[in-house]
Write a new protein. Sequence first.
Length: 155
Amino acid sequence: MTETEYRTQFTLWAMGAAPLILQAAPAQAPASVVANPEVIAVDQDPLGAHGTLVRSDGWYHVLSKPLRNGDRAVALFNESDRAAVISTDLGGRHRVEDLWTGAVSATAGKLAAQVPAHAALLYRVSASGEQARPSGAASRPPRASSAPSAASGPS
């Protein structure tokens, strides 16, 4: 498997709160993937919630998972053979952290990113400039849209 495939598989497991079992010898799996503490924290979040499918648009999928501290994990999946911009409406200002790269940005309500072919991106989304909602607070999952495009990042 490629590193992209490992990341995609690990992202899916994290969103499903699945047991973390490798399908390869540990030496073959990149440590940057299987030992990523931020992604493991999403998988093992004490709330124990599973991600839910927010939208599935052909080859493009968005999953959202509530976390115990009120943050949300949002995963963008691209099953197609081409890179595509996948976006989701977060509804308001948020702090967005890419859990694979560590990049942090702010958004005014929409998360959009170019997702490579056969890849997944995983974000931790927090309320911007305020405390995160307490555990158990009700919230609406984000809405999603997708369109093949050349470039974008969290906006």
